[in-house]
Every structure is written in structure tokens, then in C-alpha cells.
Design a protein. Sequence first.
Length: 706
Amino acid sequence: MNELQERKNPFFEPYNTPHDVAPFDRIRLEDYEEAMLEGIRRDDEQIEKLINNPEKPTFDNTIINVDDEKDDNGYYDLLSRVSSVFFNLLSAETNDEMDALAQKMSPILTKHANDIRLNERLFERIRYVHRHHRKLSPEEKMLLDNCYDGFVRSGALLDAAGKERLRQLTEEASMLGLQFSQNLLKENKAFTLHITDEAQLDGLPDSAREAAALAAKEQFGDCKSPQTVGWVFTLDFPSYSPFMTYSTQRELRRQMFMAKNTECTHDNTENNIEICKRLINLRREIAQLLGHKTYADYVLKHRMAGNVRNVYKLLNDLIAAYKPTARKEVKAIEKMAQKLEGKDFKLEPWDFSFYAHKLQLEKYNIDAEMLRPYFELSKVIEGVFGLANRLYGITFKENKDIPVYHPDVKAYEVFDKDGSYLAVFYADFHPRKGKQGGAWMTEYQGQWMERINTKKPFAPDNCKNVRPHVSVVMNLTKPTEEKPALLTLGEVETFLHEFGHSLHGMFANTRFESLSGTNVWWDFVELPSQFMENFAIEKEFLRTFAFHYETGEPLPDELIDRIVRSRNFNVAYACMRQVSFGLLDMAYYTKKEAFDEDIIPFEKKAWEKAMIMPQLPDTCMTVQFSHIMAGGYAAGYYSYKWAEVLDADAFSVFKKHGIFNQKTAQSFRDNILSKGGTENPMTLYKRFKGGEPTIDALLKRNGIKR
């Protein structure tokens, strides 16, 4: 018997790995399609059993079975197993073959999801339970409501023609969202700025030069002579941001800026303009088919904001509070540029970071490069893990027996303060060819309580707490041939942000997986992540890990003081930038009529009242705005600012009692991080804080209000 005959698809059997983690080292491309199709078949089989159950529908024999993630053999649901691996890697480690398979399988998977949600006999059982059920716990009631609402919001109440139309719309939207992401990745990776004249590196710090030299070697290898290999800069953030901040070559800054801000607008196969227009119209039609005026109305029914009016109130309140200061910030940068270049100098968008940096140096004598030597990645990891230990008592231990999907990835076992196993944590740090830009947290397995004896009712002595496998994916500065990975303070904040999401996942402690961890309303999900960013400038935290990578000297107190004093540098401008994105998002998804306008001029008008700098006619954010086109934040981008109000308010409690106060941290864990979506998020927040949040803490933190 040959190897191909002997080999089994790893998704079809127990993984036999530490903590039953995904066996990345054994998975092949051909395994995905086979496992997805078999997973669909098994799902269909389970649904048939459920709808043919002769017993009267109950919460226990219907709702739990719909939510259940296990098959008849007790294994984690096959389709969930394979999909979590495939779609996570599609963002973190893709290639042309993976992309092609995603294009093939996406409509099949969307059809399968529709087949379940539009199954009339299944919905009748769910509706019966929704009307007639036993006394339920708050978590059980939330699951029932979510299940019922989920089916209704997916078209269960539509007539046959409506259901068929909804199928068409959702399948097309799924395909276009995928194509949007693939186009953006290709455009991002296609551009490089290749420099062979060392004089054109003027102003760039050693870290940027070394990274660019390494990128050139990786791209050209031995294809060019050593004299012409030169330096390569890309649109990945660790390359793009230092170039725009430090390069004295204005024309090259312009080239980089225009390349970044015109992605997916060019006359080629990666143009996203028509895709965006179609996605906006598809979502509007879906919402209206389901009885809502706009897509925003549809989305906000299940958000803390509640309605469009409240979103605009938040955005307009922020404009009123921050825009006057933002104008002053930009004026100060213009004055700095004219001081250096002459009174006739006109500040352009590709100049902003460069002259803002000059002003920051003059005002605070601080910049990102001063801090890099103190933020060596391995020490930052120790610091972030140490913070979690001081707050919550948890510990991290790298386990090299846990398979990973790329050598950059580190896998850790996480243990609770009593020494018990808590979670698996993957960290994927650096940019590479097959990886989307940005940073995100995801899961390969969620948390839930599994009944040991399925014939007996759920009870504490009849359940196993299945722990999660959580991953954070980032694009942090890479090590070079001369130096280890040295991060900026902004990158440390990114790490803390995604780590906050991961804590939300790792501390999950709910009965049902669909309510655990980050399965919360989307304008609440950013609270745990943005909350963690607050620690980045706290002296007590920085003293635990910020040591010079060569000398071992701690980050000097006076440098920390400068960091703290400069924390609000351009904070109002940054706020207006986020608000502008929220306005753009709402402009698209509050459309009641078909959207047939030109994307670029529409965009300029939509966010105009939050704009401080002049807008350029050819640039376009929409076509690369993954959050609202392909990332699930459509009609929800405001949530970053909504959560910022929450995180400032929550951190004020820690500041009052001490930033490492374990009693406060335990309350945050018990009332928010562990609860997932088991109750209304405002209920959870008030249980932690003792009252509703106000904007005051944010205004005070940002120096807008004294």
C-alpha cells in the first residue's frame, strides 16, 4: 500500500496533539476541500435528525443541538475544525492555490449556511421553543434569543421568493468580500520602492535602512550584483511608516504616499471600485428585504449604540470637542514646515508625518527611534506576559511540541493562577509575502462547557470546560542581520491591543461557545483590547521590561516622562481621522436608495466635516477599507470610538485603585472578560464600574477637558 493510500485526512480523526490543537504540520492543501464537503454532509445529516425528532421541541433537544459544536462521535464539529484553520490561514499564510480554493468553496459554504438558516422545519422548532420554553438561566435565554433572532435576521420569515433572493444576495456578497481582500493583498505586495543610491536614504534611521537592505536581499537574492541590490521599501506598516516619518526625500515620500493611498484604484484586475459599489448595494438590499430601511438600521439593532441617531451623536460630539484642537495641531505642523522650508511652503499629506515628527522633537525631544532600543521584541513579550501575570496571575510557557503554520509563529500554553491549564496562545509577529497587513486576533477553537454524559442534563459535575486556542497576528518590525526585532512604542501598543482581545478569548468561561470570548456585540468587542493600550505609557509597566537591548540599562525616567508628556501629541487630529472613517462608513450604509455615485467624490464629501487637511482628488480609502467592506465592521466602524469612551472610563477605575490592583483586575475579568456575550454588554459594564460610562474620562485623558 503506497503512502497516498495509507495517509488519512488529519481533519477526519482526533488530532493527537497537545491540547488537541490543529496539526498544521500534517495538513495539506487537498485536505481542506475534502473536509469541508464532508463537514457539510455531516451537518446536513445532523439537521435531518433534529427536524425529524418526533419529540416536542424544547430548549434542550432543539436550541442546544443547533448551537452544539460536536458531532455524534463527540469530536469538535468537522466543518468548524477545517474552516477555522483554512480561513485563518487565508489571512495569515495564503498563496495562489489557497486563494483559488477560497473562491471555489466560498459560494458552497454560503449556500450551506443559507440552507440551515432558511430551513423552514428547523425554524418552526426554534420558533416553538421561543414561544414555549421552560424557565431559563440568563445565559440560556440569551442563547435562545440569539438563535431565534439569528434565523429571523437571516430570512427565516421571508416567503419563498424572498428567501431565494436572499440566497442570491448573500452568496454574491460573500464572493465579493473575498475578492476585495485578495485584490488588496495583491496590490499591497505588488508595490516596492527600490533604491540603489544611498544618498536617497537621507534622514532614515539605521533600523529602517537595515530592514530595507534585508528586504532587498530577500527580493533579489543573487539575481543582482551586491552593488545594485540596494534597499527595498514596501507598503507594509513597519516599512512604510518610518519612511514617511524620516525620509528627507520629498518626491519619494510622495511616491510612497500615492502608492499607499491609491491601492485598488488602478486600471487593472485588482481595482475594487465596482466591487465596493456592489457590496454597498447588496447589503442595502439585504437589509430592506429583511424589513429595515437601511443596512445601518439592520446592523445597529444588535449594537450598544442601538440606532443611527446615537452613532451620529457620538461622532458629532467628538467633532465638536476635538476639531478646534485638531485645527491647531495641523496649524502648528504647518508653521514648523514653513520655519524649516520657507513661508511659501505648502504642506501636503505626504509631508504630515515628516514635519509632525520634527515638531514632536522640538516640543518633547522624543521620537520612535529613541525608544526602539528599549523595546526588543523578546523583552516586550516578557513585559506583556508579565502584565497579565501581575493583573490576573496567569503564566505563559512556550511549547515547541505544539505545531505552528510558519516559523515566525510561537505557541504557548497558558496556565491560570491556580496552575490549571487555561488556553493555547499563538503569536505571529512579522510581515511576509502571504500575510494581510494590519493586526488581528482570532481563534482556532473557542471555549464551551461540554457535557460528559450526553444522556444526563447539564450540571457542574457533568461537564468538561473545553479551553480555547487563541491567536494574535501582527506585522511588527522584523529582526535584521545586525539587530533583533526592535519595536516602536506604537507597535508595543498594537501588541497590547491584540493581546487584550486574546485575554477576552482566553478567559472565556461560558456554557455555550457562540456566547464565549469575543462573541459579543461589535461595539463592545474593542473594550478589552483598547483598555490594554492604556498600560503602554504607564511608568510602573515600562519599568518591568523596557531595557536597552545592548547595555541592559532601563528606559530612563526622564524619557518615560517625555513619553507621558507627549502622549496627547496630535491626539485630536488622530481622533478626527477615526471619526472621518466612521462618517464614511455610515454614509455608505445609511443609503436608502441604490448607490450609483462615483466612489471617490462621494468619499470626499462623506467625511468632509471631520477633515483637517486638504483632500487629494485621486486618493481613495474606500477601496482598501477592509473593515467595512470585508471585515465585518460595515455600519460599525464607529465602535472603535465608542469603545474608547468605555476603555478610558474603565481604566480610570484602575488608576484610582492602582494599575496593578488585583481586586480591580479580578472584577474586570469576572464581569467582562469571562462573560462573553451572555448578557447585555451595558449590564456587564455597569456591574464592573457601578454605573454607565461617560465621555469625561476620555476628554480628560486626551487633554481636551481639564
